[in-house]
Write a protein that binds this ligand. Structure first.
Ligand SMILES: NC(=O)c1ccc[n+]([C@@H]2O[C@H](COP(=O)([O-])OP(=O)(O)OC[C@H]3O[C@@H](n4cnc5c(N)ncnc54)[C@H](O)[C@@H]3O)[C@@H](O)[C@H]2O)c1
Length: 345
């Protein structure tokens, strides 16, 4: 990335936003973070992430909702970003059943406001946006059965509103790239894990359950394969993607989609046992978890993982962190962040 580049990151208090911001700040890049600090999960965790980022001189932060019409233009005027990394979203699949409105506001209205701010960047900050990088999700593959999932596959069968909003974002970004010449790259993230991670994700809630001595449920007797990528691998991949705009496609549009994940799916049972061992070594738990083995659930997929050939070819992306090392980092962080007494109260 060119020296002096200013990067605007939405969702900077979130899991990926925090780690990406920290990585860029370490490289001397200025980061302007935006986040509304919503209470979808423990707000304290978001505040801690921000506190850690505020130690860097190059970090500025505004608490704002991206769906608010005036917020983004104001932030663009202040930040004058060269690159925008849009990570703010209402995440989670299950929550979209109980609270669909949150997805419409953050993921559709909010995304539209991002695109509009990029479109008017020249007027707002005197210079245009050189690259918009935005988060999509592996959930766009919905009920697709064929693995590994490829970006060339049709992804028109979402099984949640969350997935539908992410797929919509890809179409909206394409249209804005075409209409207003905004170079944009969409990243379909697969499951990301690591320190300061998201409490709503399975590896985190398994950990919470193990700490409370509750049973964890393993479907198909744990005989399922999933894609897990350590946060540092993801961050280095995103940083690589940020540094180069996509070539024009056959319609002359500078828009490209990539899967970003791991092409080595792990057996769920191995994942859980490794997590268990790492948590024991870190002193988070003192005995293996109680496990409840259940049959395959209707709609469950046996195996999901990413085809990341394009990212390897275009950017030399290679997620290298061994699962055991990554989970050990998570366990050590968890041990420090949630002292045992507090969790078992
Ligand atoms: N972590 C994963 O495994 C994963 C997988 C697939 C896709 N993604 C996508 O990657 C992005 C980042 O995910 P994450 O894991 O860091 O999630 P996260 O929930 O930790 O971070 C998102 C942040 O955005 C903020 N936010 C939400 N709505 C907002 C709004 N309207 N205005 C301002 N801020 C708002 C939240 O407060 C949160 O801090 C999301 O778009 C998510 O959908 C993540």
């Amino acid at each position: 990335m060119k020296e002096g580049t200013s990067v605007l990151i939405t969702g900077a208090a979130g899991f990926i936003g925090y780690h990406l911001s920290r990585y860029l700040l370490e490289q001397g890049v200025s980061v302007f973070g935006i986040d509304n600090l919503n209470d979808y999960y423990d707000v304290n965790l978001k505040k801690v992430r921000l506190e850690l980022l505020s130690r860097y001189e190059g970090f500025r932060f505004v608490r704002a909702d991206i769906a608010d019409e005036d917020a983004l233009p104001d932030c663009f005027r202040q930040a004058k970003p060269g690159i925008v990394v849009h990570l703010a979203a209402q995440a989670g699949v299950r929550y979209s059943i109980t609270n669909p409105e949150a997805y419409l506001q953050s993921n559709l209205v909010g995304f539209f406001r991002i695109l509009e701010a990029c479109r008017h960047a020249e007027a707002l900050c005197g210079t245009g946006i050189s690259h918009l990088v935005y988060a999509s999700s592996s959930s766009v593959y919905g009920s697709n059965r064929q693995v590994p999932y490829r970006t060339a596959d049709q992804a028109d069968h979402p099984v949640s509103l969350y997935a539908a909003t992410k797929k919509s974002n890809e179409l909206m970004a394409y249209a804005y790239s075409k209409l207003y010449g905004i170079p944009a790259t969409g990243l379909r993230f697969f499951t990301v894990y690591g320190p300061l991670g998201r409490p709503d994700m399975a590896y985190f809630s398994f950990t919470d359950k193990m700490v409370r001595g509750e049973k964890i449920q393993l479907f198909n007797n744990g005989d399922m394969y999933r894609d897990f990528t350590y946060i540092d691998d993801i961050v280095s991949g995103v940083a690589k993607v940020m540094s180069r705009i996509p070539d024009p496609d056959e319609n002359g549009v500078r828009h490209k989609l990539y899967n970003i994940g791991n092409n080595r799916p792990e057996k769920l049972m191995y994942f859980v046992e490794t997590l268990e061992q790492c948590l024991m070594e870190a002193g988070v738990i003192d005995r293996p978890a109680q496990k409840e083995f259940l049959p395959m659930q209707p709609g469950d997929v046996y195996q999901t993982y990413a085809d990341i050939e394009d990212l390897i070819k275009d950017f030399g992306f290679r997620p290298g962190t061994d699962l055991r090392d990554g989970l050990a980092e998570f366990a050590r962080w968890y041990a420090g962040f949630y002292p045992r007494a507090q969790k078992t109260d």
